[in-house]
Design a binder for this molecule. Structure first.
Ligand code: ADP
Ligand code: MG
Length: 323
């Protein structure tokens, strides 16, 4: 049984980033408006995620680590939620199978909270505790009991970069949530949770942006675009500052890259890429999100229409801003 658990865990948990993803998505599902993520050594030795969400009922806390015991059943097909269905009640079971976990949680209705500790999936401590409403997960010594996987992890800096990048994008997808990210004891950034995407872009990407961005907002009913783009002169030599969301989900998209290039045509030197944060909304039926398991790629029904809509919207705003 244990071997099977560890193997199954490998499919869900392959590196610190996957743990951070699962925990943060759980926090969002729990209605948190404030989430703190702390990592040490790229998350390999320590990951903490603290939220102010619903908390877990005392009698459910242990159950949360049982495979499939708790799978959230969602009736809506909202895209933002499909993502959180990712592992259907397996994440905590898988994480706890290959690490040392501490859970501290309290619901609004309870006077005290509960604290659990597990090692390699085995419960080793369980006690009532005083704590604020919400949930804290601490994951230590990832893969301590699976040496082969332990060796597979990359250098601290590589693992932490992936996590920082992920949380950065979450702040843009969820600007109404306060995110705080702490790396090896240093606060990297904290967002204010006021719903202001541009303020988060400035907070997190200020170094990459370098300059003020033009804000555009176009709504054609079927499609809507909100974007923060740079003047042609403020372009970059790589695409790192081209960040795309569709219906609230961070994606990578050749089509959207091309649409940006279309719009800036003739204003750009070869091999330059304008800073562009695009937030596209399309009707969910016109979008296929299941073409790749990581859901980072999407396919639009009418690719031409999407590309032209984006390019035209950007072109228009570059013209009016006389950039
Ligand atoms: P899933 O999210 O697919 O249900 P998980 O293994 O990720 O499966 O989580 C198991 C359960 O633990 C969740 O369904 C939820 O009830 C509870 N849970 C996990 N994290 C939190 C959290 N931060 N706040 C409240 N409940 C949580
Ligand atoms: Mg989950």
């Amino acid at each position: 049984k244990h071997v099977a658990d560890k193997i199954a865990a490998g499919e869900v948990v392959d590196r610190p980033l996957s743990i951070v993803k699962e925990l943060v998505e759980n926090s969002i599902d729990a209605g948190a408006t404030s989430i703190t993520i702390e990592i040490r050594n790229g998350g390999k030795t320590y990951i903490r995620v603290t939220d102010n969400g619903s908390g877990i009922q005392k009698e459910d806390a242990e159950l949360a680590f049982k495979r499939h015991a708790t799978s959230k059943i969602k009736t809506d097909t909202d895209l933002d939620h499909i993502e959180s269905l990712g592992f259907r009640g397996e994440a905590l079971a898988s994480i706890s199978a290959v690490s040392k976990v501490e859970l501290i949680t309290k619901t609004a209705g309870d006077k005290s909270g509960i604290r659990l500790r597990l090692e390699g999936g085995e419960m080793i401590e369980k006690e009532d505790t005083g704590c604020p409403e919400g949930t804290t997960f601490i994951i230590e010594e990832l893969f301590f009991n699976t040496p082969a996987r332990l060796k597979f992890m990359k250098q601290d800096a590589t693992e932490s970069t992936l996590i920082i990048d992920f949380i950065s994008k979450m702040t843009l997808a969820y600007p109404q949530i306060k995110f705080r990210l702490v790396n090896n004891g240093n606060i990297l950034f904290s967002t204010n949770g006021k719903g202001d995407i541009y303020s988060n872009i400035l907070t997190i990407y200020s170094r990459e942006i370098g300059d003020k961005l033009i804000h555009l907002s176009e709504d054609h009913g079927q499609m809507a675009l909100e974007a923060f783009i740079s003047a042609p002169s403020n372009s970059r030599t790589n695409r790192k500052s081209q960040i795309f969301f569709v219906n609230g989900r961070y994606i990578s998209s050749k089509l959207m890259e091309n649409a940006v290039t279309d719009a800036y045509q003739e204003k750009l030197f070869e091999g330059r890429y304008p800073v562009s944060f695009l937030f596209l909304r399309v009707s969910p039926e016109s979008l296929d999100v299941n073409i790749h398991p990581n859901k980072r790629e999407v396919r639009f029904d009418d690719e031409k229409a999407v590309r032209e809509f984006i390019a035209a919207s950007i072109r228009k705003s570059l013209k009016t801003k006389d950039a």
